[in-house]
Write a protein that binds this ligand. Structure first.
Ligand SMILES: NC(=O)c1ccc[n+]([C@@H]2O[C@H](COP(=O)([O-])OP(=O)(O)OC[C@H]3O[C@@H](n4cnc5c(N)ncnc54)[C@H](O)[C@@H]3O)[C@@H](O)[C@H]2O)c1
Length: 272
């Protein structure tokens, strides 16, 4: 088996690097000796701020900001080409960008956007970067899904379904490309204190078990070192997933009860 990921001297790209988990991941990679980290985001100002803060702390300037919308396959292909020509072969692609949009069953546009970003963002990355990694017989792709991709999200069907799809894709990639030396990790946290959870009082109701983005970044780097597929920053998620697989009827009953309890605590949630 090929070696686990050691950041020293490597080149990494992080999508959605302008905020939250992606921002923490960029900082952690630099702390671990990455040669170059490309902070990409749809919000270029946010990406620039993150890259500038890193370069202020590390005078050899390991961070570069790049505007990238992961939902656009041509942009992803162009970004891969640009990074490989200007900085070097990509050793690690952290496909982290994601959105949480829509209440309950959501509108058609919530589904389009969720699938475009939370699923196709990973497909676009895999198509653009895995063949290059496979040709070099080495590389790592991190797919940030969610505990919602193993379990559910009471409030938002487009999020739950798109994250389940992301987990399925990551598993497929891991099975298909391991023999080419490409390792895949799939990150499935519960609640993390980031921009995504800030405006939502509901999210706080779903889980009081909030982690910081830095905790998640640390778990990702440990999993990469071990070439581990599943990254569960909240270890209880493994237990919940086992319960779901062992007895689906019982699990659904528990989820219905939990949802009822949640909607009683926060009545506005009943509409979602
Ligand atoms: N925060 C949580 O509780 C939590 C839990 C589980 C999984 N996640 C997942 O972690 C990942 C990071 O989320 P976060 O919590 O750091 O959220 P965040 O909102 O703080 O950061 C997400 C970043 O992605 C960027 N982005 C959104 N759409 C994009 C696109 N099309 N192209 C490029 N960039 C785009 C945003 O501009 C933002 O900077 C997401 O995939 C999210 O679903 C978050």
């Amino acid at each position: 088996m090929a070696d686990g990921f050691d950041a020293v001297g490597k080149v990494a790209v992080v999508t959605g690097g302008g905020s939250g988990i992606g921002q923490a991941l960029c900082a952690a990679l630099v702390q671990h000796g990455i040669r170059g980290v490309v902070v990409t985001d749809r919000n270029i100002e946010a990406a620039r701020r993150v890259a500038a803060a890193i370069n202020e702390a590390y005078p050899h300037g390991p961070a570069v900001a790049l505007e990238l919308d992961v939902a656009k396959s041509r942009s992803v292909e162009a970004a891969v080409e640009k990074v490989e020509v200007e900085i070097g072969p990509i050793d690690l692609w952290c496909s982290n960008a994601g959105i949480h949009t829509g209440n309950g069953l959501g509108e058609t546009n919530d589904w389009r956007m969720s699938l475009d970003v939370n699923l196709m963002g990973h497909v676009n990355a895999a198509r653009a970067v895995i063949p290059r990694m496979a040709a070099r017989r080495g590389g790592h792709l991190v797919v940030t899904a969610s505990a919602a991709g193993l379990l559910t999200d009471f409030r938002c069907a487009p999020y739950a379904a798109s994250k389940h799809a992301a987990v399925a894709l990551a598993e497929w990639l891991s099975i298909t490309y391991a023999d080419d030396g490409v390792s895949i990790s799939c990150v499935c946290p519960e609640s993390v204190r980031t921009g995504m959870t800030k405006p939502s009082s509901l999210k706080a109701g779903v889980s009081s078990n909030f982690l910081e983005a830095e905790d998640v970044a640390r778990e990702i780097l440990e999993a990469l070192k071990a070439r581990r597929f599943l990254v569960l920053p909240h270890p209880k998620v493994a237990e919940y997933e086992q319960r779901r697989a062992a007895d689906r009827e019982n699990w659904l009953g528990r989820m219905r009860a939990a949802r009822r309890k949640l909607t009683q605590v926060t009545p506005s949630a009943a509409a979602s």
